[in-house]
Ligand binder design. Structure first.
Ligand code: PMT
Length: 401
């Protein structure tokens, strides 16, 4: 049976683009059921959507109140994906508060399907504190968004707020439909990127971590329905959309953020590359050259975050670390697995071509107390799913789920 997308159309000029969304989804073989708000019908007629979807369109204007109960539950259940495009500031506010005062908001409240919003509004409305807060609330509940884009807006302003193009909305919808939701509700914390230890306000000790490995894990966990906390240091890769993002600078910051959030997590994966040392003295002003004199610094050891989390790990928690090595890969990785009380370590020979820092691929071995598995070269995104598969298996064993 074809997958069913319930498309909510709210009242904005971008509603005309949703006609193309329906057409593209139908061509790909999806069943599309359209619900229009009263104001949406001012922009596009229900007949247009009815003709393109080949299904009756439900709109507030024509829905009979006594049928709502049946109809909204039926549509809520039928949805494999609940897409709202365009999503106005108004519908976002209603969804955030659980208001159910028309067919669309009622059905959205009742559905258990993943919800994808394609926001479209004036830049001022998009950046308004109320909308930001509503967006945050919705994201915390797992609601996903595509766009909006920057550009010229119908109101004559220019800025962020344009609804994404139909082709991008359809692509985002398809990605969600293809996902397994096996991590639904599981709380996952991922660390990513490198830390920086400042010597003075402008110079630091750091490393080449781009964040790509950690971001791939965060993205994959989000795609599988997890509630994801991403703690990231300095990065160069694009930061994915997650439930909660915490930005840190030094290893001490990373330590504080991870320890503060560790107890609430089911799975913790530490892909970050924290600096093991910091400067014993940090100069408050830019350090001046001393002609010809050698410069000698003392470095002191930072705390080991994974080891600290491992020491207080709960019985139901899963802790996974990485080992970035240049020699004796598996021996060093095994030693870290045991010392840090990890459930699994991802052994990463960072000298191998296509592996390690700042590339899109990786080559690793997954090592547990009882076994090891050598994986071939693959994208960090594909590896992320492999790591999550193992993490979930350990989690299910620990929790008996
Ligand atoms: O970000 P990318 O460019 O994609 O690069 C990915 C990566 C190479 C950074 C990643 O794949 C990786 O290997 N991350 C671990 C880097 C590292 O710090 O390895 P380590 O062997 O020094 O540390 C072992 C484990 O302890 C790691 O999980 C690390 O996060 C953790 N650690 C290390 C030091 C410290 N003070 N506290 C820690 O918790």
């Amino acid at each position: 049976m074809a997958q069913c997308i319930v498309l909510g159309v709210t009242g904005g000029i971008a509603a005309y683009k949703s006609v193309e969304v329906v057409s593209r989804l139908r061509k790909k073989g999806y069943t599309v059921r359209v619900i229009m708000t009263r104001s949406a019908t001012e922009f596009v007629t229900p007949l247009t959507f009815e003709t393109l979807s080949g299904e009756p369109v439900v709109s507030d204007m024509f829905a009979r109140p006594e049928k709502w109960e049946v109809e909204h539950i039926a549509l809520a259940k039928a949805a494999d994906l609940f897409l709202i495009a365009p999503a106005t500031a108004n519908i976002m506010a209603k969804l955030a508060c659980g208001i159910a005062d028309d067919m669309l908001s009622t059905t959205a409240l009742a559905t258990k399907a993943p919800i994808l919003l394609a926001p479209a509004m004036n830049t001022g409305m998009w950046t308004a504190p109320a909308t930001r807060k509503n967006l945050m609330t919705l994201r915390e509940r797992g609601v996903m968004t595509v766009g909006p884009e920057g550009g010229f807006l119908a109101c004559g302003d220019s800025g962020e707020g344009r609804m994404s193009e139909p082709v991008d909305i359809v692509e985002a919808a398809e990605k969600i439909l293809a996902r397994k939701q096996d991590l639904a509700g599981v709380r996952v914390m991922v660390t990513a990127g490198g830390t920086r230890e400042y010597m003075d306000p402008v110079r630091y000790l750091g490393n080449e971590s781009s964040g790509k490995m950690g971001f791939a894990l965060a993205e994959a966990a989000m795609a599988r329905g997890a509630v994801v906390t991403l703690v990231r240091g300095a990065v160069t890769a694009e930061i994915p959309q997650v439930t909660e993002e915490i930005s840190v600078v030094s290893t001490e910051d990373l330590y504080q953020a991870v320890l503060h959030n560790a107890a609430q997590q089911d799975i913790i994966i530490q892909a970050a590359a924290p600096a093991d040392y910091r400067f014993a003295v940090r100069f408050p002003e830019k350090f001046k050259k001393k002609d010809g004199e050698p410069l000698v610094f003392t470095l002191v050891e930072n705390q080991d975050i994974a080891q600290a989390v491992g020491a207080q790990k709960g019985e139901r928690q899963v802790l996974i670390g990485f080992a970035a090595e240049t020699t004796d890969l598996k021996a060093h990785a095994r030693e870290k697995l045991m010392r840090k009380n990890l459930d699994m370590i991802v052994a990463n020979d960072v000298t191998a071509p296509g592996a390690g820092f700042n590339v899109d691929t990786n080559i690793v071995s997954l090592i547990t107390e009882n076994g090891e598995e050598d994986l071939p070269l693959m994208t960090k995104r594909a590896l992320a799913d492999q790591i999550l598969d193992r993490a979930m298996a350990i989690y299910q064993k620990k929790t008996g789920q």
